[in-house]
Design a protein around this ligand. Sequence first.
Ligand code: ZN
Length: 318
Amino acid sequence: MAPDRFSVGIDLGGSRLRGGLVSQDGQLVARVETRTEADRGVPGVLANLKRVIAQLLDSSDPSRVAGIGIAAAGQIHPATHAVVYAPNLNWKDVPLRDEIESAFGLPTYVDNDVRAAAWGEYRFGVGRGAKSLIAVFVGTGVGSGAVVNGMLLAGHDNAAGELGHTQVVMDGLPCLCGQSGCVEPYASGSGFVRRVEAALAQHVETSLAADIGGDPRRVTAALVERAAAAGDALARLLWTDAERYLGMALANYVTLLNPELLVLGGGIMLTSPSLADALAEQVARRATVMSRGVRVAVAALGDSAGIFGAADRVWLHL
Ligand SMILES: [Zn+2]
């Protein structure tokens, strides 16, 4: 039997930097996690990244490592694999692939982090065996990746899947992207923070004020869900909006792509497991009748999905 071959998978996020050594058949044989330290600028983050990759390479016979896949939070140039723009890292036009290839002499590929996580779930997570799936991750923001008949949708500018910036409310709440009425201000961690902040500024009565000690940055989805269940009017409005508008966006997505499986992941899905049931119910009600057979499942790989996805994308390029 031929010895296993491996690739390095990196998930480069705004706060955490995670890496793994993954065999071609999807076994995670080494894992390293550290802080990204985005505040140290591009050279500081690259130094951390190279240290993580070196540690992972040291854990194996280097001749058996075929390449490096990086999932980075931001827009990735489809040809050069440079990071065009990454607000969480505060990066613009960073030639990430060239930097890592010249440092390690291994073929290197960079994908968007959410798309890579969707690929990870498709290949080795809850989507294993499915041919077409949509994976939606709800946390600080809302992102997604879609695999249709075995192909990960990238789009012309490598920007497909921005579900958080699809519009669900005419002239609705302003979004950080500059538009209004997007999903994200209604159904994300950052959206809850900003809505509570606005409500407190208008002296709206809410039990959330005591929960967060008056500091809107401490608002979490779990707190909103709990206060809503206890009958707080503001929290009920926020939670109901999140379910409705995210449910609407998911139903539209399912109607458009007709996937076999809808994967729900991200921090909020973990802390508020009942949200998945509410969203599944919305999709079953709102999606076109031809697509209502879609299965809904919670993501299985947690915060390792990006590592698996990035590592596995290497084999597609070689
Ligand atoms: Zn937006």
